[in-house]
Design a binder for this molecule. Sequence first.
Ligand SMILES: [Mg+2]
Length: 327
Amino acid sequence: MIERESLMTLSDGIRSEVPMSFTLFPGTRRTLALESLAGLSVGDALGAQYFVPGIKPADLLDARVPEPPWEWTDDTEQACCLVATLAEGDFDRDAFAALLADRFEPYRGYGPGAVVMLREIREGLPWPIAAAAAFNGQGSCGNGAAMRAAPLGAWHADSLAHAATQGVRAAEVTHAHPEGIAGGVAVSVAAAYAAAARLNGHRPDPGRLLLAAAAHTAPSVVRDGLTTSVRGGVAEAAERLGNGGQATAQDTVPFALWVADRYLDDFPAAVAACVVAGGDVDTTAAIAGGVVAAYTGLDGIPGDWLAHREPLPAWLAAASGDQSAGG
Ligand SMILES: [Mg+2]
């Protein structure tokens, strides 16, 4: 557990380092969200390639990538639904639930619990009931709320507090368990912090992004992971924090955000770290990729990686009113 005093001190430090005095116009918010989505989707699609037999993680360290097309998975599909829902004011949970249920394609790698829940919502069950009933009434602590959250945070680059409160709203549509919600909040805040740093033109010191996320995340295993000291490299981080192998928020989010913090200005290195760590690679790479791209923008994503990724769904470009959404 992080101590109250140190948390307050760290929060003060975060505030002074990222004053966030700028004004964000709707078009800027949308651009930030779409660029985060681009990073999320490339991380997801490339990460998913390493579940294909014969494709070796070590090749990526030598900048050798799999043959296209790289198909995106449930992480990207849900994030597209989220981006299509983004608008001024509180996040529209009813619209988001309806989109998730309407657009979901089960073969995209959804977990069994998500398939059941989204089918129930599609058939008319209100989302609060479907979410609360999941996992015998405990609610889901899966990493689904976290995997889609980065563009929401980028949209709220002017306020970590808003990124946190809206992160709760977006998570609760499918995740009623406190850990599942904490995972979504932590990723949303991390992406907001990354986008704010981009706008401020200042690369945060290592560890700052993790502390910002922790400062706005409720006490939880997820938050404990964000404040766990990792002195070594990727292997130690995965060993101590988990690599998403259990597909829970707790064993996914701390590692993915550790990667984003460490490689905030190096998108290829962030994705490679997730790939070599193994586990739920498409999701750790989607989270790290979405947060890192909130900092680097599209320029940080290799052009051939973007080109190799399966195009984003055409309905997203129509819904977001921006043709660049498909790019
Ligand atoms: Mg996936």
